[in-house]
Structure formats: C-alpha cells, structure tokens
Design a protein around this ligand. Structure first.
Ligand code: UN1
Length: 498
C-alpha cells in the first residue's frame, strides 16, 4: 500500500500546515487498517488566517461579472466529469458507500456546477412599475461577504457543492471545514475549481474537528453566514454560538422520514422503494426511510417481503462491485447504531432480521452492520422517534390513511416523506397534509434533485433551504433601487397623500 497523502489547509491560494503542526488521519471504514489521508488538525489561528484570506479576496471576486464566475463552474464541471472514476474511488475509500453511490454523489456536485454556473446568467430580481411618473425601480441581489461552511461526512462532495457553489455565484468568498471523516472529496471538488481558474483566497479549506476548528469559524466576527449540515443537537449549539454576532445561520439537520404504504399500493414497487430508501447509503442519509408505516390489510405480507429483501442484501466493501451496502462511517457511529438496536429490543419491538455487527472474512476490519428490520414498533418508541442514521428500519402498522398521516407527522423532524398508493385522492391529500419539506408519491424518501429546494420543517432546520434558486436567498441580500428621471423632487405617494 502506498504512503497516505498529506493534505494541507488551503489559505489564500497556498497549501499550508496547521499553525500547531498537528494532524489527524482519516481511515477507510471498510478496512480501518488503511489510512486514506493525513489532514491538518486546525484551530482558531488557522481559521483566523483563512477568514482573513477570504476577506482579502472578496472585493475583487464580488465585482467579477456573475457570468464569468459561472464560466469557471462550467470549466470545473468538465474537469470533474473527466476525473469521475478516480474521485469516486477515493470517495468510497474515505466514506464507505458503494462505487455507484459515490459516482452519484459526484454527479450531484456536477449538476450543481451546471445549475449555479447557469445562475450566473440569471440571478433574477424584479423590475416593477412605480407609483410615480418618470421613475423606475428594481431589486438586485448583492453578496453578503465571507461564508463559513461546515459539511457532514455522508455526502462528501455533493453537500460541499450545495453550499459552496451558490455562495460563489452570488459573489461571496468562503471558508469550508469539511467533516473530519471525509475531507478528501472536498479537496477534489475544489481542485477542479482551481484548475478551472478560481482566483486565490476565494475558497479556503481548513480541516479539523468541531470544537477546535468549527467553533472559531461559527464565532468569527468577520464571517457573515454560517451554513451547517449535521445533527440537530450540534445545530442548536451552532445557533447559540453564532447568536452574539448576529450572523445568518442556515441549518440542515436530522430526519425520521416515513414511507406510508396503503392497502391499495403496488407492493412490488413499494418493496423496491423501501429497500433502497432504508438501506441505500447504509441508511446514512438525512433523507433515509427510517419508518415504514403500513396499512393493516397488507402489513403481514409486506413485512415478510421486506425482511426477505433486507436479508438478501450483500454487505461489503464499497469498492467491491458485488457489494450493495457499505460500512458505517466509523466505530463510534457503529456503536451508536448498535445501541439503538438494543433500545428497540428493550422497548418491546420485534427484531426480524439483522441486529448485529458483521465480523470475520471480508468484514473483519470494517464497521459493518447487517440490515435490520423491527416490526411491532409503536409510534412513541425511541426507535420510531429518534434519528438512528444507520441500516435500521422500524415498521409501524396503522388502520387507516388518516392514522398513517398522523403517525407520519408525529415526530420532531420534517425532512422527507413518501406515500405509496394507487388512489389519486389519497395521494393529493398526503401531498397537502404531510408536514415535511419534501414529499414523494410512489417513490422512496431519498433522491432529491438539485434544482428544487431541499430542507425540512420543525427540528430539521431553521427555515432555510439548500439547492434550487432558494439557495441564492441564503447567500445574498436583496437591494431595492429607485431611479427618478423626472428632473424634479417627486415625493413618494405616502408623503404626498391628498
Ligand atoms: C443528505 O442525506 O444529507 O435526496 C442529503 C437525497 C440526496 C441528498 C441527501 N440527493 O437523498
């Protein structure tokens, strides 16, 4: 095995070691003997230098015409496409998910490059008539300044792209702190931008842990926006830390996403959907299907078929083309998932399959958990309420459509939801009544596209949305402009009332 690469922080266009000289290792979750890379263990000094570099780059970047900023993204997209195979492999080594999924993660970043590149020629505002003659008015977006971006490990390239690219196209500069488990993919995406002509200091990368590197970024007086994706508990902490500086904070947090399957559903389709929604990405998506709410008439048969599917899934190293489900990201997270499985059993749910760590053979050195299904789950059990973030599906049985909607909504989260039915009236009622940021009909809870807003209600966030044109609202301030070409003082209507 070759020597692991040493990655440096990117500050003002230079690759630099952390001020303290400390580093940390990122290891392959499918084989923890393998060091994927060595990264800088950064602290406030490094964050301060990176924020200063972003601030220095800001005046020039702000004034670069937005279509030109977009052209850099189009060129970067071409490079990213050319490097897809290599970068996907590197992503599987650091994050664990299977190659087809890391390829998809990269494609999501590619889509975002094209989408935001295109926004460079739109960034639409409004023009409106005036109350007065010979007067013209419009609204435009202006950038906000320096953005601090803190990203999670489950989408190592897609989520950094969701945050970086809208920030950049609006004319902001930024500092990104990627998750300590998966920083390499952020480097790969940024390398494409640099090779495409991104000026120094516009994007700065600082790696490290939450308390030592994330916190000083959140608290920094010269950072205008924080965009964070992660757990609800950390999101709450980010809000508290940012509050004294009055900066804008966007949070993308947990989910406990339900899939409803009614008696009249196409069961084969629903089966495909729940298998993918619950066990794709090893259940480590904030959109993962973690509750299956089935109507009583089909509950027994459908549960049986779900278990059969779950047992048939091949768990292994994501680089192995035969594997369908990869490992859990790290030991701590694996133990957390196993702990939830224990809680489920103590609460009286019926464990139908999985439930244990896989060891020996190809699993000997990784963090693998067998796809797990619980039945007889009641709505108030912890495994029906709390985000597990692993390959664990809780099945709840209900008597009616109405009860299904009530149970679906009765959690603290509101990211994604789904319903399988052939009844068009029920489908429309569900679209109206499921109180989540994303609703799917006859599709699982995962698979959002980047040109629609992404985010959730309640404890899933704080009202902002990522992706889509809504992402631009986070990264810009509106400016309304009035131009009077009458040659005289015209008082506004409110100052001129009869
Ligand atoms: C996440 O898990 O944080 O909708 C993002 C999806 C993906 C993104 C998930 N496009 O499943």
């Amino acid at each position: 095995m070759s020597e692991p690469r040493v990655y440096h922080n990117l500050i003002g266009g230079e690759w630099v070691a952390s001020a303290s000289g400390k580093t940390f290792e990122s290891r392959n979750p499918a084989d923890s003997r393998e060091v994927v890379g060595i990264f800088q263990d950064s602290s406030a000094d490094d964050i301060n230098a990176a924020v200063a570099a972003a601030r220095t780059a800001y005046p020039t970047w702000r004034l670069m015409p937005a279509p030109k900023r977009g052209e850099i993204m189009f060129r970067a997209a071409q490079l990213l496409r050319d490097r897809k195979e290599q970068y996907s492999r590197e992503m599987t080594r650091e994050m664990g998910k299977v190659l087809s999924e890391t390829g998809g993660d990269l494609v999501e970043a590619l889509d975002m490059l094209y989408f935001c590149g295109g926004e460079g020629r739109r960034l639409h505002g409004q023009t409106t008539p005036s109350e007065l003659p010979n007067k013209w008015q419009l609204s435009i977006r202006q950038p906000v300044g320096v953005c601090g971006l803190i990203t999670p490990w489950n989408f190592p390239m897609a989520i950094p792209s969701w945050k970086m690219l809208p920030a950049l196209i609006c004319g902001n500069t930024l500092v990104i702190k990627p998750a300590e488990d998966t920083p390499a993919s952020t480097y790969n995406l940024v390398q494409c931008l640099i090779d495409a002509g991104l000026p120094p200091g516009v994007v700065n990368i600082v790696t490290g842990y939450g308390p030592s590197a994330g916190q000083p970024l959140v608290e920094h007086l010269d950072v205008n926006i924080i965009s964070f994706t992660g757990s609800t508990a950390t999101g709450r902490r980010v809000t508290e830390l940012a509050a004294p500086t009055m900066k804008r904070v966007s949070l993308e947090l947990g989910g406990k996403n339900p899939m409803i399957v009614l008696d009249d559903a196409d069961l084969e389709l629903a089966l495909e959907g729940v298998t993918w929604g619950a066990f794709g990405t090893t259940g480590q998506r904030c959109t993962a299907t973690s509750r299956l709410i089935v109507q009583r008439g089909i509950a027994q048969e459908f549960t049986h078929r779900v278990v059969e599917r779950a047992q048939g899934l091949r768990v292994g190293n994501g680089l192995d083309t035969d594997a369908q489900v990869g490992p859990i990201i790290n030991q701590r997270q694996m133990e957390r998932v196993l702990n939830y499985i224990e809680i489920g059993q103590q609460e009286g749910a019926r464990l139908l399959c999985g439930g244990q760590r896989l060891t020996g053979g190809a699993h000997a050195h990784g963090w693998f958990i067998a796809p797990t299904v619980f039945a007889d789950v009641r709505p108030q059990m912890r495994i029906a309420q709390e985000e597990i973030f692993g390959p664990v599906l809780s099945i709840l049985t209900v008597d009616s459509f109405e009860q299904a909607i009530t149970v679906a909504n009765d959690v603290q989260y509101g990211l994604s939801s789904s319903i399988y039915t052939r009844d068009v009236n029920k489908a429309y009622q569900a679209m109206r009544d499921l109180y989540t940021g994303i609703v799917y009909v006859n599709a699982p809870t995962i698979g959002a596209e980047i040109h629609l807003p992404f985010g959730g209600t309640k404890a899933t966030g704080n009202g902002h949305r990522e992706a889509g044109q809504q992402a631009l609202d986070l990264f810009s301030e509106w400016k309304s402009i009035y131009v009077d070409y009458s040659g005289g003082l015209q008082r506004a209507q409110i100052d001129n009332a009869e």
